[in-house]
Design a protein around this ligand. Structure first.
Ligand SMILES: Cc1ncc(COP(=O)(O)O)c(C=O)c1O
Length: 459
């Protein structure tokens, strides 16, 4: 059956607007300022969750009346929804430039994708992961023979560190390397192709955590020669609860289903001894038990199409201008220190973390929000070992937000992260740079206090 709904056939507009950004939801939302009045909200926390693309929202809205059960129903809308779900796999596979025999499994998120792969590791698999990873790629391997590699200070050192670790491994057993494409703390790009070559040279496989890379940069499984890629819809402008694990299927085919249940099972029968025999699917469905999130999958496919049709390279070029503007603005403030593992010249995406001398980062982030309508993030960004290394601190305790915890010369306990992407207008970045300068020069205009662990304006 071919899908021929308005949702599937429409060629929704995906043009950039005059500023070169792609239309996203929430552009006109205004928020109150503690100092009086309202401003349009400057969403500069894309690395946590990006706003939905207007195109994605429109596609989902157009499909919603046609919503039906996937893989189960005999009715027209069920068949249409099943087609949409399966077509979404093909769109994602194209977007990632997968190999012909790769499978796309829809999951809930990057965390879910990496936990699925961890659950599918062959027996005795050795895992190699840098301590700099986001917790989603650092922690799922605890039940395997995992080796944590020290933070490298250059891309070359990353490759050399991995080479050395792999050279010392049991050469006959299976092995997996897990690496991030772009850091969620520094935004810096990791040498994925070189790490993949090193992994393969030593008979290991590699999974790419593309949670921060895929929204900012084209990802080609074949060019990078990675075995798997994981990413989340909500960071790729499609916040409808789905993620992706794409790549080789042999380990996944051999593994027990991630969840046991309907959809993953092909045939179930009672045994004479009273037990139950199950024949599991040998395709992606094996790891997608339960009713699939068709809207989640469809929204990801819609985002993939929107980015491709808008010209991903053009979007990257514009984002790089914004990166340059923020970095230049921050460099003009001597009290600001930008966190970096690989140094100033490292290629990076629109994710920048920094600390401000004399300021508690939570206090600074709260003032950006309350006094300027700018949403950033403060903390350790679910990458505690990396941020501690970059800060040179041992942040077992959080400072009180009202009083600056880091006096001049002292180390900060946490950091501030600004992140942006295809929907970010120039004005948000300009407002952010101006606000940082003003706060550092004049201090906050309001008093703040800690409430439930958050820094908030005092009444
Ligand atoms: C690099 C990286 N990997 C993995 C994740 C986890 O993504 P999710 O929370 O969508 O599972 C994040 C989230 O911030 C991330 O930045």
């Amino acid at each position: 059956m071919s899908v021929s709904t308005a949702a599937a056939d429409r060629t929704a507009h995906c043009d950039t607007d005059t500023s070169g950004s792609l239309p996203v939801l929430g552009r006109d939302v205004t928020v109150p300022l503690v100092t009086g009045g309202e401003v349009t909200y400057a969403a500069l926390d894309y690395a946590a969750s990006a706003p939905a693309l207007q195109r994605v929202w429109d596609d989902v809205a157009a499909y919603a009346p046609y919503y039906g059960s996937v893989h189960r129903g005999a009715g027209y809308l069920s068949q249409l929804s099943t087609d949409l779900f399966e077509n979404a796999r093909r769109t994602v596979a194209e977007f990632l430039d997968c190999r012909a025999d790769d499978e796309v499994v829809f999951t809930r998120s990057t965390t879910d994708s990496l936990n699925l792969l961890a659950a599918a590791l062959p027996a005795d698999c050795q895992v190699f992961v840098f301590e700099t990873e986001h917790h989603a790629s650092l922690l799922p391997w605890q039940d395997a023979r995992v080796t944590y590699l020290n933070a490298p200070r250059t891309p070359g050192e990353a490759v050399a560190t991995l080479e050395k670790a792999l050279a010392g491994r049991d050469p006959y057993g299976p092995a997996l390397v897990c690496v991030t494409g772009a850091s969620n703390v520094t935004g810096e790009l990791w040498p994925v192709r070189e790490l993949a070559a090193a992994a393969h040279a030593h008979g290991a496989r590699i999974v790419l955590d593309a949670a921060q890379l895929a929204p900012h940069h084209p990802v080609s499984v074949q060019e990078l020669d990675v075995d798997w890629v994981a990413f989340s819809g909500h960071k790729l402008y499609a916040p409808f609860g789905s993620g992706v694990l794409a790549g080789r299927f042999d380990w996944l085919r051999e593994a027990d289903p991630y969840l046991a249940g309907g959809g993953a099972s092909k045939k179930v029968s009672r045994r004479t001894d009273g037990g139950v025999d199950v024949e599991w699917h040998e395709s992606a469905a094996r790891h997608e038990a339960g009713s699939p999130n068709v809207i989640g999958a469809y929204s990801i496919a819609s985002a993939c199409k929107a980015l491709t049709e808008a010209g991903f390279d053009t979007l990257v070029a514009r984002e790089q201008q914004l990166v340059g503007r923020v970095r230049q603005g921050l460099a003009e403030v001597p009290e600001v220190r930008v966190l970096s593992l690989f140094g100033d010249d490292a290629p990076r995406v629109g994710v920048i973390s920094f600390v401000v001398e004399g300021w508690n980062s939570s206090h600074f982030a709260a003032a950006l929000s309350a006094e300027y309508g700018i949403g950033v993030r403060d903390g350790l960004f679910c990458a505690h070992p990396l941020v501690r290394t970059l800060l040179g601190s041992d942040p077992q305790s959080q400072g009180e937000c009202g009083a600056p915890e880091a006096a001049p010369g002292e180390k900060s306990l946490n950091a501030i992260r600004v992140s942006f992407g295809v929907g970010t207008p120039d004005e948000h970045v300009e407002r952010f740079v101006a606000a940082v300068k003003e706060l550092v020069a004049n201090g906050a205009s309001w008093n703040y206090r800690t409430e439930n662990g958050r820094c908030v304006p005092a009444a």
